[in-house]
Design a protein around this ligand. Structure first.
Ligand SMILES: [Ca+2]
Ligand SMILES: [Ca+2]
Length: 290
């Protein structure tokens, strides 16, 4: 009996399941009917799909372009010099290069100037040596010592003769000229003193020398025509007391008389001792006094 029930129960269950399947199939068929598309709507669906493909292609192209741009930009920035603005950096580099070149140039110029100075110094030294080599070794002949004739005395480069006899001034000058000289021309205190020291003392020892104002009164000139500059007149002389145009030196026994105040003027015709002078420079021949 239980087996019969079980069979009946299974048949009942099977019937219920079959009915449920049929109902489900009917609902599915109804959904398919509800979602069935008309031909016009199908054409609309096909056009939308083409536009979607076109948009997709465009988007893909844009993405590709964007990717290429990004790659190019990355490459550009990778190749850019590091550290700030490119133009500024390049200018700084150029400036640094120029400064470096200028410093090197200045150093080169300084070095060349130093070498130039050294070369000039060396050149001058060589020129000096060359000049010393080329310069003739001039050996000045030693001038022979001046030897004065007997009774003549030497002072500097002149010989002097102090007469023992007397003549007037013109004759005295003539005698001196005959000896190759002239009445003494006294140009310095040293020369004056030298002669004074060699004059003999006496009551009024007087000696003509080579000065006169016979051509123009009070314009005293030496026998060689040169004017008188330094003079050793006694105080109050020359006074042209009695038409006195010739000069003479006085030496007495009075010791207080001095050489540099010993000149007087007197008439040229008066007989007096005299002093001759003869220059003894090169080329001047000597002659013995008479
Ligand atoms: Ca006079
Ligand atoms: Ca006088």
């Amino acid at each position: 009996m239980s087996t019969s029930l079980s069979t009946a129960a299974r048949e009942g269950l099977y019937t219920n399941l079959k009915e449920e399947e049929d109902e489900e199939e009917q609902r599915a068929g109804a959904r398919r009917s509800a979602h069935s598309v008309s031909p016009g709507r199908l054409t609309f669906r096909q056009g939308s799909a083409g536009r979607y493909r076109m948009v997709s292609v465009c988007l893909a192209t844009l993405c590709l372009i964007l990717l290429i741009s990004l790659i190019a930009a990355a490459a550009h920035y990778k190749n850019r010099p590091q550290g700030g603005d490119g133009a500024t950096s390049e200018t700084q580099i150029q400036k640094q290069t120029q400064n470096s070149n200028a410093s090197a140039l200045i150093a080169t110029i300084n070095k060349l100037q130093q070498e130039k100075a050294e070369l000039q110094k060396e050149r001058d030294e060589l020129l000096a040596k060359l000049s010393a080599t080329k310069a003739p070794q001039v050996i000045k002949p030693t001038a022979p010592p001046i030897v004065c004739s007997p009774d003549w005395v030497l002072f500097n480069s002149s010989c002097y003769f102090i007469s023992r006899n007397t003549r007037d001034w013109p004759e005295s000058q003539s005698y001196c000229q005959s000896q190759g000289g002239h009445l003494a021309i006294i140009l310095s205190a040293e020369e004056q003193t030298f002669l004074w020291d060699r004059l003999p003392r006496g009551h009024w020892n007087a000696f003509w020398f080579g000065i006169t104002d016979e051509h123009t009164e009070d314009q005293w000139k030496w026998v060689d025509g040169t004017p008188l500059v330094d003079s050793f007149w006694e105080v109050g002389e020359p006074n042209n007391h009695i038409n006195e145009d010739c000069g003479y030196i006085v030496k007495t026994q009075v010791l207080k008389r001095v050489a540099v105040r010993s000149w007087y003027d007197a008439p040229c015709s008066m007989p007096r001792n005299f002093i001759c002078e003869k220059e003894m420079g090169p080329g001047v021949s000597t002659a013995s006094p008479h």
